[in-house]
Design a protein around this ligand. Structure first.
Ligand code: SF4
Length: 212
């Protein structure tokens, strides 16, 4: 079924408000750190940790100048803190050594840093630098399949399918709204189709699979 993207985005905005990420940050450095911490952790918990973390660490150099054990303690509530501390210090080192302390603004360049996947790179360049970016997280994968933007499972292929269906100037807003929709309404186990404005735009519902 052909999709009216403008209409879908308008409906998503009615349901979820303006496109946004729920991680709190004020600059690219903070978004890089918050993104690493958000793996397997809620945005709410990350925000509680970063409120004090961002006062203590203001530069990538600050993250490099502490023993890994101290950083582990500072980020412990986000879980997997040993791996996350190691990853943060590696990313900080790479950005300092290879990019002069500036976060790369190009996704393909950014993903050459171990620990920065395509989803994270797109999120950071999209939100910190205002670039057009398709952020394929678990919600975007699931909802792309349900609504009918893609029948693929592979995130890179889904990104390509969305690129064909959605005009470039809407990529970032579309991704963020779909993530909000997946988080709050079109949930993994039981989508709340009865409250969803996208029913007529959605292959899952139109195919008779929805819940009311
Ligand atoms: S109709 Fe149901 S499956 Fe389709 S987007 Fe809405 S909540 Fe998700």
């Amino acid at each position: 079924m052909a999709k009216d993207i403008n209409l879908i985005i308008d409906k998503l905005k009615i349901m979820h408000g303006k496109p946004r990420v729920e991680l709190v940050f004020t600059n690219p450095l903070e978004l890089v750190i918050a993104t690493v911490l958000s793996a397997q952790c809620t945005d709410e918990r990350v925000n509680r940790v970063t409120e004090s973390l961002f006062k203590k660490y203001r530069t990538f150099r600050d993250y490099l100048n502490v023993p890994q054990e101290e950083l582990e303690v500072d980020i412990k509530p986000t879980g997997f803190y040993k791996n996350k501390a190691k990853s943060i210090q590696h990313i900080a080192h790479e950005i300092m050594e290879r990019f002069g302390g500036s976060v790369p603004q190009d996704v393909d360049t950014f993903t050459t840093i171990k620990g920065i996947g395509r989803k994270s790179a797109n999120l950071i360049v999209g939100l910190a630098f205002g670039k057009s970016a398709i952020i394929v997280d678990t919600h975007v994968i699931r909802l792309s399949n349900r609504i009918g933007f893609s029948d693929k499972k592979d995130p890179d292929k889904i990104e390509q399918d969305i690129k064909k269906a959605v005009p470039e100037d809407m990529w970032t807003a579309f991704s963020l709204l779909i993530t909000l929709h997946g988080r709050y309404l079109c949930k993994a186990k039981k989508p709340e189709c009865g409250r969803c404005l996208l029913r007529e735009d959605c292959d899952y519902w139109m195919g008779g699979k929805g819940n009311v």
